[in-house]
Design a protein around this ligand. Structure first.
Ligand SMILES: [Fe+2]
Length: 322
């Protein structure tokens, strides 16, 4: 029997020892997604043309050494080809969310790769996969932040440097800050001191390489040259789900009840109770008013690829995201 085309496209090859660290530690490995032919300029332009408004975010960010800033905008009716040119020429970062709904053929590549990783490591169980396609400018940056779920970054085109910091170092990520991230109070950017770079791992991602790291590990990304194309996949393991529940419940106890949470343990009966409480509180919408609103503050300038038109604050609008 021959291997199916999609299995061949995932084509995973791990750095020594890294296949067993996927889902827990740092895992750096090769994939063959580009061989699918789904990431050419033409295919990407077609995909952008088809994207529903509620599933994309186009963002611009401050340069190195400036006050950290991360703002959302709108295509302003531009074609997919124009959007791609704007990203190539500008200082932009495009996130196409919900590939499962809009680009199932890309989502399938990722799901096949996860199936292959779990087949290598039967103790690993992953769930709730959500993949997005990221297309970003040659010198775009993603500022220091922490993501709620586990993340795998599948790099396809261009080069980027990922700076990874220690999730368990309270200097890099205090518990109260992580609670704010989990409760979605912050715009993801969190306090950062460039001196911490000395303690970070800097990993250059070449096309065809993927990286996954410990849950909530703060990170930032510098594109190194040319247009960058990657897929980012959020996912959970049972341990990641428990950690989420513990920080969600601790965050609410601290904010609503004035308690100082003493334990961040993610095993044992206390952690399970906190997870159950977190699910119940989330369903009841206990903390919904404090969740951030995503505002649109610029549109693409249709006369010049890469330029943006700033909107006055009176014209800022919340961006519908579902
Ligand atoms: Fe991230």
């Amino acid at each position: 029997m021959t291997k199916s085309a999609t299995t061949a496209a995932s084509n995973l090859k791990f750095e020594p020892g890294h296949d067993m660290s996927f889902g827990e530690g740092v895992s750096h490995f090769r994939h063959g997604f580009a061989e699918s032919g789904l990431f050419t300029d033409e295919k990407l332009a077609e995909l952008i043309d088809s994207y529903p408004r509620e599933y994309y975010m186009i963002t611009t960010m401050s340069g190195a050494g400036e006050q950290p800033e991360w703002r959302n905008g709108d295509f302003n009716g531009a074609s997919g080809k124009f959007v791609l040119d704007a990203i190539r020429e500008g200082h932009l970062w495009l996130c196409l969310r919900r590939l499962d709904l809009v680009a199932p053929e890309i989502d399938r590549l990722v799901n096949d790769a996860f199936a292959e990783i779990e087949a290598r490591n039967p103790a690993l169980k992953t769930s709730r996969h959500r993949s997005s396609l990221l297309i970003s400018s040659p010198e775009a940056r993603v500022l220091y932040h922490s993501d709620i779920p586990m993340v795998a970054l599948w790099h396809v085109r261009g080069r980027k440097r990922v700076w990874l910091y220690d999730a368990d170092n309270p200097k890099h990520l205090p518990d109260e800050t992580l609670e704010g991230v989990v409760l979605r109070e912050t715009e993801e950017e969190i306090h950062f001191d460039p001196a911490w770079d000395a303690e970070a791992a800097a990993i250059d991602l070449e096309p065809g390489w993927a990286l996954s790291w410990p849950q909530n590990a703060p990170h930032r990304v510098d594109n190194l040259d040319s247009l960058n194309v990657s897929i980012t996949t959020d996912y959970y393991t049972p341990a990641a789900q428990r950690k989420y529940g513990v920080y969600y419940a601790n965050g609410l106890m601290r904010r609503r009840l004035g308690w100082q949470p003493r334990s961040t343990a993610t095993d044992g009966i206390g952690a399970l109770a906190k997870c159950a409480a977190a699910v119940a509180m989330k369903k009841l919408g206990v903390h919904r008013q404090a969740e951030r609103d995503m505002m649109q503050s610029f549109v693409l300038d249709l006369s010049q690829p890469g330029a943006i038109d700033e909107l006055p604050p009176s014209e800022w609008r919340p961006i519908l995201q579902t």
